[in-house]
Each structure stands twice: as C-alpha cells, then as structure tokens.
Design a protein around this ligand. Structure first.
Ligand SMILES: [Zn+2]
Length: 571
C-alpha cells in the first residue's frame, strides 16, 4: 500500500492510470465507468467495487474533490477504494482492526467511489496554481463589467498572488516574519498593501480595480448547485444558472437517483479537520431523533479513528447564523436520497498550527488574529518545507505597474495536508467509513420450509429477517421518501400451483435493524430492554401439487434475494 496518491496529489492522467490499473488487475470485482464528461472533455470516473456489480444490493457512495482546491479528497477516496479492493482480493488480511464477520458483511456491500468530481478544476489548480473553487469556467453571456482573470503574469508558470503598495491597503508586512502579510491595524505605520490574484483585469478602464471575489473568475460552486433547496445566485453565491446546470453535478445526481439502494454517502473536502453532518437547513431540535442517535455513533467512530469532532451543518457551520447554505451535496444526499451522509474536512491546519478552538467550529475560519497568522507561517517553515510562504518577486504589471508577485502558494499545507501527512489521513478516514458501510441492512430468508397441509396441499413458510444494523428503509427519516418502498415477497411455482394465486405477492413491510445509534436511552444496565422481533416476519403460502417454488424477497432499497424449495410429500 504505497501508491502515489498516499504521498502526492495526482493529476488527471495519473489518476486515470491508477483507476485503470485496478480495473485490469481485478476485473472480477472492479468496474470503472465514466458517468459523464466535464466541459473540457475529461471523464467523470466512478469505480464500482464488488463482484456482480449489477446485482442490486445495499450500496455506499464516496466522492472527493468537488472543490478543485481540495485535492486530498481524491487521495482519501482512492485509499478507501484500495482498502475495499484488498477486502476482496485478500479476504483474510487485517484491515483497520475490523473483525472477520464485519469484513464478510462489507464484501456484500457495493461501493461506488468517485475520486474527482471536478477534474477540470483540479487540473487547472495543479498545473497553473490558479485558484478554482469548483469548475474553471464562467458561462454567463455578454458580461461587460471589469473582473479579475487569474493567470500567470511573470512567466514562472504559476498563477499565485500579487501585492502592491497602496495607501488604502488592508495589509502590512509582519515585523516578525518578513514576507508574511497580516491585517493592518490602526497603529501600523505602513507600508500598506493591496493583495490581488495573480492575473489581469478584463475590461480594465485604466484606473478602476475590481474587487476579486471568492469564486475567482468562475461562476459555480458545485456545492451550491444541487437540487435540494437550491436558491438562485442573489440568495446563494455560487448557485449556478439553475440546479445541476454543470455537467459534473448533473452526472452525480443522474447516477445516484437511479440507485435507491444507496444508504451511506461520504463527501470529502479538506479545510478544517472536522466532520459535518446534516441537517444543514434546520437545528437538531427539529431533526429526527433516531437519525441523530445514529450520527452520534458516527461521531464516536470519527473521534476514535481520526481525532476530528462531528458537528451539525446548521448549528456550527452556517457562516451567518440562521442562514443555511443552499443547494449543497450532503443535504441532497440526506434529504432526497435518504443517505446517512456526512462531510469530512480532511485537514486540521488550525489544530496543527496550534490555534485556539472556537465555540462554533465555523468561527475557526474567521476569528484569527496576527499571532495566529504567525503560527501558521512558522508551522509552514517547520512542518511543511516552506511550501506555502514563498519569496515575493518584483514585477512590472502591464496594467497596474510596479508590484510583487508570488508570495503565497496555499495548495499544499494550507488548503491540503502536506504530502507527508496524506497517508495517515487516508487510513483514519477509511477505518471510519468502512464501519459506516458495515451498517448496511442485511435481508435474509432465515428459514424456508414446506409442510404437508392435507391431501394435495402443502404449506410453504418463510421467515424473512433483517440482520443488519440499519432498518430496511435505511435512516428513520428516509422512510417517508416516496420511492422507499417496503419489502415484498413473491412466490413463483413450477409444476405445482398456488392454491390462491392472489397470494403470490405478499407484503413483508419494513424490517427493523438491530442498531440504535448511541445515547438514545435504551440499553442501560438499570433498564435492559429489547424491541420485539420487529426485524423479522413470517409469511406462508398454500401450494397444490408437487414441484418447486422459488421465493424472491426484497425492495429497490435492499435489492432482492431468491431461494427455492422442493414441494413434495414427505417420504
Ligand atoms: Zn470544500
């Protein structure tokens, strides 16, 4: 397990080659398919892991790198894929401390892994250094206003940042660490700097400098472009022209909405060192209680496997109180696909640099002072081979005149973990997600019997059980989804016939799983109680004559299983 993605960030050709190597080495349980094409013509790769990939059964989804700058998501998605491949290729091998029965369970789960949702954005970032939030394009027609276009201006091949002395500048150079820009305070004597993206101004009038904005010269943030509670641009920056107007987000929704058997979803980002769970649109007090108990189990695993806390998107991750982020991917996965969905921000820069914790997690991104910037800069020098803070080079800009270029490259160390840390992060995430995947419902025909019932008649009795952690509907809140049908059992006869043909199809209903999440108040030693056998159901059919009967049980959510039995008189 020393593939390059565990110690570097792969470009698209390297990523594609890695996926193809796995497919060629393990054709029996690795399928590689492209679920769409990016605007620049790159394939949107999805790996499907598990034998007989078209057999419908409980499945999970992992995606990484929907934000172009968050490359480590690709590494972790690939690491999870590699671990699942190992699970099938070397069934007895040790894997993150998982016991044999859990590894057996995982071999029955189908894994869909999309390592790079935004290949155009990642490629622009890797090859040019240019900041791209998601996709490097802006398709809004006939725009005339002045704006920044990021590009290399000094010929070093990278589009980083520029600083220019300006009496109105909001930054000064740190007196302790030359080159480091910090926010200007009232007492600072100057010189003062303006900071711009390295690039040029389109529609420049010769005097007016436009404000750069966080999407750089791109239109859409893919994580605001999904259909659940999509709001237009004036309400939600980065929304895109309409829900799923980008080929990347559209391909994801096309693929996943045709798979009602998806029950868990991991959406990988990099900035923060935290797990973010639904709901993103309302407080926990309005969340389904059973869902919340399940997420407490995930939080425990997250803490144990990675050391990162799990917080609610709404409670701790709204940049403005009571203003939820609209059109994000996990809300789609949780509310519309009924998935146990969560985000991981893979890189805990703040923790690594020794910054103070904030009450709400999202405040860590903004409540920073000069001392914090110094800590980050020193951490970069000591632990990141000084990859982020770089020397400024004097440059005569064709539009703005004398300035300096290049002082900051946040790609490795700030936006993503240093190369040396990728492997450890991959291991922790895989150890956690494999446990989440093992929560899959597990429908079995526990018993199938045929008994004489007088004369020509036999009675066939089937006991259907869900031995999985999750109920057959998945999350409790997913039960209400219109497509989340209950289990059916259908008996087909050969040679013999059903006494009442209308009995062929019988409703099984949803079957409970054994899992209860954590801290739901059940299970304490002073109040030991179980539920009844709500995870099992016994059905029967009356058959006339001799022959065979085949029983098919399942739903679109759990997939189907078939068992058959001989119908005959006892000898
Ligand atoms: Zn992100």
């Amino acid at each position: 397990m020393n593939e390059a993605f565990r110690s570097s960030y792969l470009d698209f050709a390297q990523l594609t080659a890695q996926l193809r190597r796995w497919q060629q080495a393990h054709p029996g349980f690795v399928r590689l398919e492209s679920i769409g094409t990016s605007a620049e013509g790159r394939e949107l790769w999805v790996l499907t892991l598990g034998p007989d990939p078209d057999r419908v059964r409980p499945a999970v989804w992992v995606d990484g790198n929907m934000h172009a700058s968050e490359l480590c998501g690709s590494s972790v998605a690939l690491a999870i894929a590699e671990d699942v491949i190992r699970l099938h290729a070397e069934p007895a091998a040790e894997l993150h401390g998982l016991p044999a029965h859990v590894r057996d369970r995982l071999r029955e789960v189908l894994f869909h892994v999309m390592p790079r949702m935004s290949p155009d954005g990642a490629e622009a970032l890797l090859k040019t250094g240019r900041y791209v939030r998601s996709v490097p394009r802006d398709e809004r027609p006939n725009r005339n206003h002045a704006r920044w276009l990021s590009r290399d201006v000094d010929g070093d091949g990278l589009a980083l940042v520029m600083r220019q002395q300006d009496q109105g500048g909001e930054f000064v150079e740190s007196s302790e660490l030359p080159g480091l820009l910090v926010e200007r305070t009232l007492e600072d004597p100057g010189p003062y700097y303006k900071v711009y993206p390295e690039g040029v101004i389109e529609h420049f009038d010769g005097v007016t400098i436009p404000s750069p904005w966080f999407l750089s010269d791109n239109q859409t943030d893919l994580n605001r472009n999904f259909p659940f509670q999509w709001y237009p641009e004036h309400e939600q920056v980065g929304a895109g022209s309409y829900p799923l107007n980008e080929p990347e987000s559209r391909a994801v929704v096309d693929f996943t909405s045709r798979r009602p058997h998806l029950f868990a979803w991991l959406n990988l980002h990099t900035f923060g060192g935290v797990f973010i769970r639904p709901p993103g649109d309302k407080p926990d007090s309005k969340m389904d209680e059973e869902d919340l108990a399940l997420y407490r189990q995930l939080a425990q695993w997250g803490e144990a496997c990675t050391g990162y806390p799990m917080v609610s998107g709404y409670e701790e991750f709204t940049y403005q109180p009571e203003k939820p982020i609209r059109g994000d991917l996990t809300d789609y996965a949780y509310h519309q696909r009924g998935c146990l969905a969560y985000v991981c921000e893979l890189w805990d820069l703040f923790e690594q640099a020794g910054l103070a914790k904030q009450k709400r997690f999202v405040d860590r991104y903004t409540h920073l002072d000069r001392a914090d910037m110094l800590r980050i800069a020193r951490w970069d020098a000591e632990h990141n081979a000084a990859r982020a803070l770089r020397p400024w080079q004097r440059f005569d800009h064709p539009q703005l005149g004398a300035l300096e270029v290049g002082g900051l490259d946040p790609r490795v160390g700030l936006w993503n973990p240093p190369y040396e840390r990728i492997d450890g992060i991959c291991r922790g995430q895989s150890a956690m997600f494999l446990r989440v995947a093992a929560l899959a419902p597990d429908v079995r025909v526990a018993e199938l019997r045929c008994m004489p019932a007088g004369g020509e008649l036999h009675r066939i009795e089937a006991r259907i059980e869900n031995r999985g952690y999750l109920a057959t509907h998945g999350l409790a809140s997913a039960r209400k989804l219109a497509w989340n049908e209950e289990l059916l059992a259908e008996l087909a006869t050969t040679d013999c016939v059903l006494d009442n043909p209308r009995e062929a199809r019988q409703k099984v209903g949803h079957l409970d799983g054994w899992g209860r999440g954590r801290f739901s108040g059940e299970g304490a030693l002073y109040h030991l109680r179980s539920r009844g056998n709500t995870g099992a159901r016994t059905l029967s059919w009356t058959v006339r004559g001799r022959g065979r009967a085949a029983l098919r049980v399942g739903s679109c959510r759990t997939g189907w299983i078939t068992r058959s039995i001989e119908v005959s008189r006892p000898r």
